[in-house]
Design a protein around this ligand. Structure first.
Ligand code: NDP
Length: 384
């Protein structure tokens, strides 16, 4: 029998993390859960650890260490605290694959540690590639590490490319649902509320990515993510709005042929594929029925109203640390929006201003990314 795959889930208490645990639960003969991490949600981390019995857990918030330690002391599970501990525990010999399911810039350092420790990466944390795609893909190449996409659009592209890796890509089309404000005018967008922005029509996700989806920044981040995952030029990446979220993305090859990957919107499928590639496992996920979707529709993305998408293309073309700046500004502005400090349209305005103010460093080192992230956040925070 094949050796079980040792799995680490970074961000196990989030939307992707909890769905990943649902996947692992179905195939105990295939996976050996080694590590779970969370930021502050000690209660859920404890519950997950007692149920799944990983070797170790890390709680990033050091103030919660005693609580987690006490709850798990009799279960023979190692407990650590702090961000640095996440970077160290991913290096454990028993871990084969690291699912990066934490949100935001916090994913960068642990992903880099995992790559340097030669672990396969199942990448949900798109911000890592947005911030430092050049560095991450270089390190992955030098360490012989594969990065398997979890994001449904990138998983779709990856699935279309399987068996075609020797063929050149002419273009890819990333599909976008358009979010809750699809079709809104710039004027209408000025009046939207937080509750509306948090209600995605097709996907149930964490708060940050839900707001990013409403502002189309999520698609912008995905454009940058796709550049690094599939080694594309900005002009080879197009975005098309597809409100039903059934066609998850498409590849166009040099002979003009196009391949799409389709299915009902359910993140468990791309999570599972990233963990089991190149194999497909039998599932009982609901199946797509054509009669439920007599029409699949496609529209042009409106970058004049959803300026975040244009900003992402601009940052990608600028290269260097421009995307790192955009990501930092966006993380701060989304947080400010969720804290009721700014309006929805301010998110894109602040992102644009920060992008225009911060120096772009070409050929950045790791330290450059760290300092540009810090400076960009400070400038963003001065705007409210
Ligand atoms: P959630 O907000 O639901 O979960 C985030 C997870 O990360 C939680 O476990 C959280 O812990 C942990 N976390 C947050 N901040 C930190 C930190 N500073 N240090 C360590 N851990 C931290 O996010 P999602 O699951 O929605 O998204 C996770 C990632 O996956 C994002 O990058 C997102 O873009 C990407 N993604 C998500 C999809 C989805 O369907 N949700 C689809 C495609 C991609 P705690 O619970 O303790 O706060």
């Amino acid at each position: 029998m094949e050796k079980k795959k040792g799995v680490a889930i970074l961000g196990s208490t989030g939307s992707i993390g909890t769905q990943a645990l649902e996947v692992l639960e179905v195939y105990p003969e295939l996976f050996d859960l080694q590590l779970l991490t969370a930021n502050r949600n000690a209660d859920l981390l404890i519950e997950q650890a007692l149920k799944f019995k990983p070797n170790s857990v890390v709680i990033a918030d050091e103030g919660q260490y005693e609580k987690v330690k006490e709850a798990l002391w009799s279960a023979d599970i190692h407990v650590y605290a702090g961000s640095e501990a996440i970077c160290q525990t991913v290096e454990a010999a028993e871990i084969d694959v690291v699912l990066t399911a934490m949100v935001g810039y916090a994913g960068l350092k642990p992903t880099l540690s995992a790559i340097r420790a030669k672990k396969s990466i199942a990448l949900a944390n798109k911000e890592t590639l947005v911030v430092a795609g050049e560095l991450i893909t270089k390190e992955a190449y030098e360490n012989g590490v594969n990065i398997y996409p979890v994001d449904s659009e990138h998983s779709a592209i990856f699935q279309c490319l399987t068996g075609e890796f020797h063929n050149k890509i002419e273009k890819i089309y990333l599909t976008a649902s358009g979010g809750p404000f699809r079709g809104f005018s710039a004027e209408e967008l000025t009046k939207v509320t937080k509750a509306q922005a948090l209600k995605h029509p097709n996907w149930d996700m964490g708060a940050k990515i839900t707001i990013d989806s409403a502002s189309m920044m999520n698609k912008g981040l995905e454009v940058i993510e796709a550049k690094w995952l599939f080694n594309l030029k900005p002009e080879q990446i197009d975005v098309i709005v597809h409100p039903q979220s059934i066609v998850h993305s498409l590849v166009q090859f040099e002979d003009g042929s196009m391949k799409a990957q389709m299915g009902l919107p359910d993140m468990k499928l791309p999570i599972q594929y990233a963990l089991t590639y190149p194999n497909r496992l039998k599932t009982d996920f609901p199946r797509f029925n054509f009669m439920d979707y007599p029409e699949l529709t496609f529209e042009k993305a409106n970058t004049k109203v959803f300026t975040n998408l244009q900003l992402a293309f601009d940052a990608l073309k600028s290269q260097g640390t421009a995307a790192c700046t955009l990501n930092a500004a966006n993380e701060e502005s989304v947080k400010a929006f969720l804290d009721d400090r700014i309006s929805f349209v301010d998110i894109a305005k602040i992102n644009e201003k920060v992008l225009s103010k911060v120096t772009n460093i070409l050929k950045p080192s790791f330290e450059d990314y760290v300092s540009i992230d810090r400076v960009s956040r400070r400038i963003a925070r001065e705007m409210w």
